[in-house]
Design a protein around this ligand. Structure first.
Ligand SMILES: NC(=O)C1=CN([C@@H]2O[C@H](COP(=O)(O)OP(=O)(O)OC[C@H]3O[C@@H](n4cnc5c(N)ncnc54)[C@H](OP(=O)(O)O)[C@@H]3O)[C@@H](O)[C@H]2O)C=CC1
Ligand SMILES: O=C1O[C@H](COP(=O)(O)O)[C@@H](O)[C@H](O)[C@H]1O
Length: 504
């Protein structure tokens, strides 16, 4: 049931890409559903000198694809105000504070404030400090801070940043966003595991051969070459989204499905992820960078030719890794993860590969004496959402040949269209003070410790980074990584391989 949540949103970086593409549309969806209604106001702030009217036009443009009526546009945008403001200038916070107090009274917001930092991380510290010192935080109502990724660039910078923010906001007021935690099917991992005894009772090293997580993107770096070239796939995707998914898959069942219980178990799981030494990194983690390539009628430029990217860049646009989790549940089970840009298609999937039966009792009755195919549970996160489970059955007819069948469920397009988008869900959670789907400092810190050693090892490498053709599924070393363990990636999109004549 929807509830008219009262709050003033102060969006730092109100003229930026994230605000326009994600935040305003999400606020509109919340408005349409009545989760914010009469008692909310938004201050957009950045250096540009915009008027309220111009700001409202931009907001109206940003929600066009949601096909609002004219009345909805007028009602929604009337809650938006713009204040030009340089976040480094202490004096300007006074004006912002005055506007905030005025809107608080006008919209009867009870002092509830949500500060959204949709800006480059180097500004997070100074903004938090000023919000406190210039008394933009309220004494009555709640004051919550939503921070975008990346949270630091390594453990040391993350800790520094955390201390700066922590001087102004308490941990329970800080909402570190990881938009993957707002995705329906990522949240569904807990439902699949803890709602089905047939899975949870098998969810351990005795029955699971490997866990595979793929976060594949077909797009390149687009307009974000400048940022990405300093970051790379390891920091952009592995440190946050991938390790969050690993923790949800690996954690012990919480005693109760509460923020605190889940967090405790996620942190324990992350702490059990083996932190490699440099030698181990070279065996367990591989990287690549896209070279020019072709898929169907589309030709793609190489990463090095993208705007904002250094000519001789050694930044990875692809990472594949084998993580090991050193606890009783997961001893010996590899968690293979991979992510990359300019891959064959966009798709996020989890494959849980179960061990084959101890022997193949059909070996003499069937045409194939080999081990039986493994049962595989797949969780489809995007673009389709659902689950599938492969089971072995008998092929119809004479003999006793085994025929794997796939039980497949996907949410309908109608359900997908009506389901809340990740940012929408997360903003609503924050309004309600529920931080379950946000990352706690301990998770961020542990994740950085896992990836820092990988980065340091690569920084010492003198051999050029391996490349892969744009439109493929990554460099050869990503396939070798599994092959050397006697495994292979379960999910192989066909398009590129067909094109190369490798499969029919
Ligand atoms: N865009 C995306 O899809 C995603 C972004 N993020 C993260 O979100 C954050 C914002 O990204 P994005 O929107 O893409 O970045 P943009 O570069 O598009 O926006 C940056 C914003 O900061 C403002 N700004 C810059 N300097 C100052 C200053 N000194 N004082 C006040 N305002 C300033 C800019 O406005 P002006 O120039 O008018 O001052 C602009 O509104 C980053 O941390 C990014 O990593 C995370 C995930 C996805
Ligand atoms: O955080 C990020 O995520 C996107 C991928 O998100 P998705 O929801 O489209 O899967 C990625 O493109 C971007 O580089 C990264 O910063």
């Amino acid at each position: 049931m929807s509830q008219d949540n009262k709050a003033l949103f102060i969006i730092f970086g109100g003229t930026g890409d994230l605000a326009k593409r994600k935040l305003y549309p999400s606020l509109f969806r919340l408005f349409r559903k009545g989760n914010i209604n009469k008692h909310f106001a938004v201050i957009g702030t950045a250096r540009r000198e915009w008027s309220d009217d111009y700001f409202r036009e931009i907001v109206a443009e940003s929600i066009e694809s949601l096909q609002p009526t004219q009345q909805e546009i007028t009602d929604f945008t009337s809650h938006f105000y713009y204040q030009a403001h340089n976040v480094n200038d202490t004096a300007e916070y006074q004006v912002l504070g005055d506007l905030a107090n005025r809107l608080d009274e006008e919209y009867q917001l009870d002092g509830n404030r949500l500060f959204y930092l949709a800006m480059a991380p180097r500004f997070f510290g100074t903004i938090s400090k000023h919000i406190k010192s210039e008394k933009i935080m309220t004494e009555n109502g709640f004051s919550r801070l939503i921070i975008e990724k990346p949270f630091g660039t390594d453990y040391e910078t993350a800790e520094l940043l955390n201390n700066e923010i922590g001087a102004a906001f308490k941990e329970e007021q800080i909402f570190r966003i990881d938009h993957y935690l707002g995705k329906e099917m990522v949240q569904n991992i807990s439902a699949v595991r803890f709602g089905n005894n047939i899975f949870e009772s098998l969810w351990n090293h005795k029955y699971i051969e490997s866990v595979q997580i793929t976060l594949a993107e077909s797009l390149g770096v687009e307009e974000r070459g400048g940022y990405y070239d300093q970051s790379g796939a390891l920091k952009d995707m592995v440190q946050n989204h991938i390790l969050q998914v690993v923790s949800l898959l690996a954690m012990e069942p919480p005693t109760i499905f509460s923020e605190e219980a889940i967090r405790t178990e996620k942190i324990n799981a992350l702490k059990a992820v083996r932190v490699y030494d440099e030698k181990e990194v070279l065996h367990a983690v591989v990287r690549g960078q896209y070279a020019e390539g072709k898929l169907g009628d589309n030709s793609f430029a190489s990463y090095k030719d993208e705007p904002g990217v250094e000519e001789n860049s050694q930044t990875e646009t692809f990472v594949a890794a084998k993580f090991m989790i050193d606890n009783f549940r997961w001893a010996g089970v590899p968690f293979y993860v991979r992510t990359g840009k300019r891959l064959t298609e966009k798709g996020t999937r989890i494959n849980i590969v179960f061990k084959s039966t101890p022997i193949n009792v059909f070996r003499e009755a069937s045409n194939d004496p080999a081990d039986l195919p493994e049962n595989i549970l797949t969780i489809y996160i995007q673009p389709t959402e659902g689950f599938s489970l492969t089971l072995n059955g008998k092929e119809i007819g004479d003999g006793f040949n085994i025929d794997p069948v796939k039980l497949d469920y996907r949410h309908s397009q109608e359900n997908l269209d009506n389901s809340p988008e990740a940012y929408e869900k997360l903003i609503l959670d924050c309004l309600k003070g529920d931080a379950t789907n946000f990352t706690h400092w301990d998770e961020v810190a542990t994740s950085w410790k896992i990836v820092d050693i990988i980065r340091h090892t690569w920084d010492k490498e003198t051999t050029p980074i391996p490349t892969y053709p744009a439109g493929s599924m990554g460099p050869k070393c990503a396939f070798d990584l599994l092959e050397s363990d006697g495994h292979k990636w379960v999910w192989e999109p066909d398009a590129w391989y067909k094109e190369q004549g490798l499969i029919k």
